[in-house]
Design a protein around this ligand. Structure first.
Ligand code: 1HE
Length: 260
């Protein structure tokens, strides 16, 4: 399926992996309103049977952020609603139906970094660089970046990126927590797909807990977090699939944890 500037396809043995590709390479995959709404709709209407998703960008760059040509003379109210539209779309990514793995390369800047930060795992290749040019363009992040990016790299680093226009390269990005994986140039998609295949094989309730419970527990005061964790643990372990998986290990039929 291809809508304007976005390609969607199902891959994997059971077509369980959704591959979502930004296909606006001539504009470096800059996100106009149509693209943001298409991302929202895709995650809202994810077909049955999809268990994980990979998102990447066509061409030399993952994403150049907000389409600046659409940054019209919005008044305050319009600006507020525009930002809330991004929030709604990226919330569908973060708190949507399936874990999402971002395969990053080239520019991951502005709203592109906001999109990446809404995903659950980020895999970057050596060509990746991260920036928040909003600071030097006289604007501010509006796609949830002020909430999500400090949780990856800390508020002080994010503020520095916006104050000074600092650009982090791929190695630095991995070191400070922008991406969990760093791979040679050109290999981000393959690695992301491999991870998605593994993630898709988890018990659905475990993936649900990681996407929907863990980030909320992490934000709760400890005494509330412990209780939420206990309730999530009880729900997950009561699922028939958990019983089957634990029994398989006890019977010596499931993989052991191996030293990497
Ligand atoms: C764009 C955009 C864009 C490229 N909106 N048109 N984001 C930025 O401030 C980043 C702006 N872009 C760049 O710094 C560079 O384009 C890149 C480093 C990403 C890529 O450089 P390069 O040399 O490969 O491409 P280019 O020649 O700069 O761009 C190719 C075309 O894409 C060109 O248009 P053309 O008609 O002259 O061919 C560019 O104008 C166009 N293009 N990026 C519109 N972003 C929810 S709030 C989020 C707020 C933000 O994201 S602000 C940060 C915006």
């Amino acid at each position: 399926m291809t809508t304007q500037h976005i390609h969607f396809e199902r891959r994997g043995k059971h077509k369980e992996i959704a591959v979502i590709r930004l296909t606006r390479a001539p504009k470096r995959n800059a996100l106009n309103d149509g693209l943001i709404l298409a991302i929202r709709d895709l995650f809202e209407k994810m077909p049955e049977g999809v268990r994980a998703a990979v998102i990447d960008g066509e061409g030399e760059h993952f994403c150049a952020g907000l389409d600046l040509s659409e940054l019209k003379e919005r008044d305050a109210g319009q600006g507020l609603h525009h930002s809330r539209m991004w929030h709604a779309a990226l919330e569908r990514v973060q708190f949507g139906p399936v874990p999402v793995i971002a395969a990053l390369h080239g520019a991951v800047v502005g709203g592109g970094l906001e999109l990446a930060s809404a995903c659950h795992i980020r895999v970057a290749d050596e060509s990746t660089f991260y920036a928040l040019p909003e600071g030097t363009r006289g604007i501010f992040v509006g796609g949830g970046g002020a909430v999500r990016i400090p949780r990856l790299i800390g508020a002080a680093r994010m503020a520095d990126m916006m104050f000074t226009g600092r650009v982090y390269n791929a190695q630095e990005g991995e070191r400070i927590g922008m991406a969990q994986y760093l791979v040679p140039q050109g290999q981000a998609f393959d690695k992301a797909f491999e991870l998605a295949t593994r993630v898709a094989d988890n018990a659905p309730l475990t993936n649900y807990a990681l996407m929907h419970a863990l980030p909320r527990i992490a934000e709760q005061p400890a005494d509330q977090g412990f209780l939420t964790e206990a309730m999530m643990a009880a729900i997950a372990q009561s699922a028939p699939e958990a019983k089957v998986r634990v029994r398989a290990f006890l019977d010596g039929k499931a993989a052991k944890v191996k030293k990497s």
